[in-house]
Design a protein. Sequence first.
Length: 440
Amino acid sequence: MEKLKNLFKAKADQLGAEIKDILKEHGSKKIGEVQLAQAYQGMRGITGMVYETSLLDAQEGIRFRGYSIPELQEKLPKAPGGSEPLPEGIFYLMLTGELPTEADVKELSADWAKRSAMPAHVTRTIDALPVETHPMTQFVVGVMALQTDSLFAKKYAEGVNKKDYWSYAYEDSMNLIARLPAVAAHVYRRKYKGGQTIAPAAGLDWAGNFAHMLGFETDKFRELMRLYLTIHADHEGGNVSAHTTHLVGSALSDPYLAFAAGMNGLAGPLHGLANQEVIKWIFEMQKALGTEKPTSEQIAEYVKKTLAEGKVVPGYGHAVLRKTDPRFSAQMEFAKKHMADDALCNTVWNIFETVPPILQSLGKIKNPWPNVDAHSGALLVNAGMREYDYYTVLFGVSRALGVLAGLIWDRGLSFPIERPKSVTTANVKAWLKGEDSIWE
């Protein structure tokens, strides 16, 4: 797709020149101050990287190139007869900063379809794993097996000019995004459907074809996939999967290696695996209470019991957000449109009404509101996918759009290897006594 590739190059050259001028005039200015607690507590809130594709605001939520999720639902192109945005459109927007036309999205969808053939050795590699292996492990192994086709790695070994790194990062990223639905679908069909895989269908969009290869042919599931893969695509650069992809890519590891690293981060229960934990917790609550339709009072008691046991209520709270996650709201709107009478969705809504006041009463929680994971599992269960330990793979396919668009920008702007300074606690103690100048 040369049009998109050439448009990105023009945008990268322009922004690169602007950044050069900014650094020349303002490079010595301080962008923030690091607190000792931040150094010990996960570098929370430290402004330390530039990430072009999206920005997370504590009050407004995620914005993709300045557009909110409701705006994207309105403005991005949709499949014929559909009402949810096509993921191809948000990738185009993140990569170029421009809203795509229907023709742009159709062209990108066709380009990904041409690139989507999965090498035979990839399925053989996945199939060598025990079938009970966690889906995320199988997914990452599949990504690593695809790495044999890396153009970036090949051209770097041949001695390509560093000014052309971006071009091969672009090609690798496009090929990887195109093939991820086939990898993910193979994992699903292998683990849950006896290995009976489904070939891609001609003429379907990226998300629609993914739904088809998974084995779901309803319009509702296709629309759900389009929404899901759009709203999970990116969440600025500081989250684990985005930052890890950026960090590993900064060493000039190719996009396959960088993305696989990011997916290993996404597989953690404090990041992408949280969607699995939410639906598991709800199922456990229903079983403990002996009902699929617990009352608000029953939910409140179970929540208090969960907290009293030193556990968290999965799906509630966020490192940055201080309001209900707009991605939660988008999913709730989808549910009320397509599955308003569903018992599980109604339970999610009752939890939404019940949990925040309880968490607020504790006085220690800055954000008692639901995040994206609080609702996604209920939608998938209603649509027919009950295998909740697979949900993070769906998240991973979506997150590829954002982190790989970001990686292309990293190479387009020639960002260097990331290497922050670290100190020891002995240094900190000396600094507190005035005997060291670790931050001066």
